[in-house]
Design a protein around this ligand. Structure first.
Ligand code: 4NP
Length: 147
């Protein structure tokens, strides 16, 4: 799960997907394309919205996305088009490129809708992000259970 800062959207995506899959068979992680917050906890507003929805994401620490992630992961979900471009810029092969997906395409294929960045907005933006990611992760978990 990749966003810009790895403190707002992708930590929620990581926590939500982890809550829907078997950790013995699916490894879920998150990262940011920017490195400003490396080593930090998720944003307090993401921690709070996760808590209100029954999830704890306090064990997560921010890290930066690297080209090694193309080796380590089968699928790389990004939140918006700029994340997509930043991740694709690090791809070395067609296989790398094929791993990168806009997460909301899980619900509406090829529409390339974006999970809005809630960082500069109010608290409500975080619940909206949570709801979008919850629906997308439900789809991802459904697909994984069929594989
Ligand atoms: P995120 O939100 O990409 O959802 O984690 C942001 C967090 C921090 C910054 C930008 C976006 N920042 O510029 O520090």
């Amino acid at each position: 799960m990749v966003c810009l800062g790895n403190i707002c959207r992708s930590p929620l995506a990581e926590g939500i997907l982890k809550s829907k899959v078997d950790s013995k068979s699916v490894y879920v992680d998150s990262a940011g394309t920017g490195g400003w917050h490396v080593g930090e906890l998720p944003d307090t507003r993401s921690i709070e919205v996760a808590r209100l929805n029954g999830l704890s994401i306090n064990d997560q620490r921010c890290r930066k996305f690297t080209a090694q992630d193309f080796e380590d992961f089968d699928v790389i979900y990004v939140m918006d088009k700029s994340n997509y471009d930043d991740v694709i810029a690090l791809a070395k092969t067609d296989t790398d490129v094929s791993k990168v997906r806009m997460i909301l395409n899980e619900m509406a294929a090829d529409l390339n809708e974006e999970v809005p960045d809630p960082y500069y907005g109010s608290g409500n933006g975080f619940q909206h992000v949570y709801d979008l990611l919850d629906k997308a992760c439900e789809q991802i978990a459904k697909h994984l259970s069929r594989e």
